[in-house]
Design a protein around this ligand. Structure first.
Ligand SMILES: *Cc1c(COP(=O)(O)O)cnc(C)c1O
Length: 396
């Protein structure tokens, strides 16, 4: 079955109940009991079943089945997923499950989500885990970082933020595995509709479900998808640190998933139109969008994302300083100035005051994030209305 069909029909209530609900019930039970103590004993001993909601819960499992079905490319079996209370909790668990211990090193893409950098620097570095940031768009940079001693894990994003670079996941996976390390792909920006990272060789595909998977800006959650064998090492961290997704949140994300392929299709189509409009606007200096034929990663994006190019568009406003950028943002009436992405609404984020505010100006300059850069997460509105809003905000 195609992805659009799987998205609608997976994670539905268990068979054998008659009549069956169309929608998956929210099971809020914190603990579970059985008719016979023997059964509880079996579940406690590892048999399939529920016992305590911090270990696993039925609504969470329904969501996990649905995500696993979306993360599995044709013919792939043995893929599973685990739900977490946030994308950060999911990243934390996957990083620890990779087996990094004091003395090891983590190689991380240099252009990466600020929260991930914070997690690495504030939580992992103090545990004597060495961090090596590398520009993964340069093959030699990865080689250098991997040749150093103790490289255990490589962390990258499927579409970099906010400059939207795309790297060849299969090539990175091959080099990572040759060095005896594991590959974690944070695929939040692409969702499984554009990229099934496990199929390209990643060991962990992580999502902030707060973004595209739920898509409506009303829930915080995270996912780690992996082969069942890898996932078995992630689960103890979820159980013992306690970062499991709550049943109500699981329900909301599962509800969002049903329209994920439909939303992403529309968002990508809108983004292509918005990017074209921005490129032709006299007040716009430069547009970053992998769908442009002259984008440095256009071909790899086309191949890896199945002919789509994502729904993120970044652009620079000609000659604008911070005050001028504030004016542009304040003039927007439809596009909402928010730090998130992937929602049905078009969201605009100003890296200077949000994702990259903690970097020194020199650091920002070094990674190419200028004071006149805005990032759009294009929503599902009519493209003409999004463009009209940008047009009036840019003046013209
Ligand atoms: C938002 C985000 C996260 C963190 O997810 P939360 O749900 O906010 O914890 C991680 N990675 C990327 C790429 C994100 O955009």
């Amino acid at each position: 079955m195609e992805m659009a069909t799987r998205a609608v029909h997976q994670g539905t209530p268990e068979a054998g109940v008659n009549p069956r609900s169309v929608s998956t019930p929210i099971d809020l039970s914190a603990t579970f009991y059985y008719e016979r103590a023997e059964q509880l004993d079996a579940v406690a001993g590892g048999a399939e079943g529920y016992m305590y909601a911090r270990y696993r819960n039925p609504t969470g499992v329904a969501l996990e089945c649905a995500v696993a079905a979306l993360e599995s490319d044709d013919g792939m079996t043995g893929i599973g997923a685990l739900g977490f209370g946030s994308g950060m909790a999911a990243l934390h668990a996957a990083i620890l499950a990779s087996g990094v211990v004091p003395g090891d090193a983590i190689v991380c893409a240099q252009e990466i989500y600020g929260g991930t950098i914070g997690l690495l620097m504030n939580v992992l570095a103090p545990l004597q885990i060495e961090l090596r940031f590398a520009d993964l768009t340069q093959p030699e940079a990865l080689d250098r970082a991997l040749t150093g001693p103790g490289a255990r894990l490589v962390i990258m994003e499927s579409l970099s933020n906010p400059l939207l670079r795309v790297v060849d996941v299969a090539r990175i996976a091959e080099k990572t595995h040759a060095a005896g390390a594991k590959l974690l792909v944070d695929a939040t920006f692409t969702s499984p509709v554009l990229l099934r990272a496990l199929a390209w060789g990643a060991d962990y595909s992580v999502h902030s479900a707060t973004k595209y998977l739920s898509g409506h800006g009303d829930v915080t959650g995270g996912i780690v998808a992996a082969k069942e064998v890898e996932l078995a090492a992630v689960e103890p961290f979820r159980k013992l640190v306690g970062g499991i997704l709550g049943p109500f949140e699981a329900y909301l994300i599962l509800r969002g998933l049903k329209t994920l392929p439909l939303r992403v299709e529309r968002q990508c189509a809108n983004a292509a139109q918005v990017a074209e409009f921005l490129r032709s606007h006299p007040a716009v200096e430069r547009v970053y969008y992998p769908g442009f034929a002259d984008h440095p990663d256009h071909e790899i994006a086309r191949r890896q994302f199945g002919g789509k190019f994502g729904a993120m568009v970044s652009f620079e406003v000609k000659g604008a300083d911070k005050a001028a950028m504030f004016k542009v943002i304040d003039r927007l009436r439809l596009c909402l100035p928010c730090t998130s992405l992937g929602d049905v609404q078009t969201l605009v984020m100003y890296p200077l005051i949000a994702s990259h505010r903690d970097l020194a100006p020199k650091q920002r300059e070094r990674i190419g994030i200028r004071d006149n850069l805005l990032r759009l997460s294009v929503g599902i509105e009519a493209a003409g209305d999004i463009i009209a809003d940008l047009q009036q905000a840019l003046g013209g």
